[in-house]
Design a protein around this ligand. Structure first.
Ligand SMILES: [Zn+2]
Ligand SMILES: [Zn+2]
Length: 344
């Protein structure tokens, strides 16, 4: 089968090539991939970031945002059947550590990932442990189903802490997950949503997803814009997706006292934080890592099935496998929101 693999370290190092189709072991399922999204993590693999370099052995088929149809199940699998439409939870949790026992599988000590630790979904078939396959029970377009994994992070971010209902929410950083969070916040009854980013295409999409006030970083100061929009009060909830130090500081400064600071995009480098300011403002801090398994999915699916959230505006490109690498170029050029790869 044709697959997109990371074959050499350093920037890019991707190669489209023929690889063998694997058979599922007893606790695994094989999925015929119909759509797979390119994610920020795939961009880190492309750029060969320190976090990725530490754990990844090459060559490796990449991609983890997958929608497909199960075509084989291992002998010990009872919850999934051939023909099921599934999307993947990308956190392969061990079910056997303290965190898993506490119901915090998303924080599992032994997490591994398709597309990093085992072969991934930019391929005609993917084989994964059956426990990370989520069965889609209503008709759903594969391109949308491929986005459920990042969507679950948006749902997690919107539900954490004080939630969003009735509140003014700042979404700082409008990549796909930030944009999804805007849609979730709208659907779950946020009073006002402010979206900030440097990229005009993303801000245009933010408006489509339901943001009330778009702030173009560079042209406008985020903190001043939030203060103006809230009559000086500040945002009740600030969700940081940009992963930049400036973004981190902007979210803190934009918050009202005692508001919710939710950190999704971690700064790449350590940053200095003046905790005397934090103690004075007393934000409630929530770190968002992945999806709560399976609570985030249980909350995510009705939003999609009932049409409360429409993810279609996020699909900026649908590419055949032969053009998979151009999806990475489009993201690097700031011309794509979510490119979807369709293997054959
Ligand atoms: Zn992803
Ligand atoms: Zn575990």
């Amino acid at each position: 089968m044709l697959a997109l693999s990371k074959v050499s370290p350093g920037e890019n190092g991707l190669e489209l090539s023929e690889v063998a189709v694997a058979l599922p072991k007893a606790d695994e399922v094989r999925i015929k991939v119909h759509a797979a999204g390119i994610c920020g993590t795939d961009m880190q693999i492309y750029k060969w970031s320190p976090r990725i370099k530490r754990r990844m052995t090459l060559p490796r088929v990449i991609g983890h945002e997958v929608s497909g149809i199960v075509d084989q199940v291992g002998s010990a699998v009872s919850n999934i059947q051939v023909g099921d439409h599934v999307a993947l939870e990308s956190h392969i949790y061990c079910n056997n550590c303290v965190q898993c026992h506490r119901g915090q599988e998303h924080l599992c000590e032994n997490l591994t990932y398709p597309g990093i630790d085992i072969d991934g979904g930019f391929a005609e078939y993917i084989v994964v442990p059956a426990r990370i396959a989520w069965v889609i029970t209503q008709p759903l377009d594969h391109n949308i189903a491929a986005m459920l994994e990042p969507f679950g992070i948006g749902v997690h971010a919107a539900l954490e802490g004080s939630g969003v209902s009735g509140q003014t929410v700042l979404v700082n950083g409008c990549g796909p997950i930030g944009l999804m969070t805007i849609a979730v916040a709208r659907a779950l009854g946020a009073r006002r949503i402010i979206a900030s980013d440097i990229n005009p295409l993303r801000l245009k999409t933010a408006e489509l997803m339901g943001a009330d006030r778009m702030v173009k970083v560079g042209d406008e100061d985020v903190v001043n814009a939030v203060k103006d929009f809230t009559n000086g009060v500040g945002a009740d909830v600030g969700i940081e997706f940009s992963g930049s130090e400036a973004g981190f500081r902007n979210v803190f400064e934009s918050l009202t006292k005692g508001g919710d600071f939710r950190l999704v995009g971690a700064p790449a480098q350590p940053i200095n934080v003046d905790f005397s300011q934090w103690v004075l403002k007393c934000p409630k801090v929530h770190n968002i890592h992945g999806r709560r398994i399976w609570q985030s999915w249980e909350r995510a699916m009705p939003l999609i099935y009932d049409g409360k959230v429409d993810l279609r505006p996020l699909v900026s490109h649908v590419l055949p496998m032969s053009e998979a690498t151009s999806g990475f170029d489009l993201i690097l050029q700031g011309l794509a929101v979510k490119p979807i790869i369709v293997p054959a």
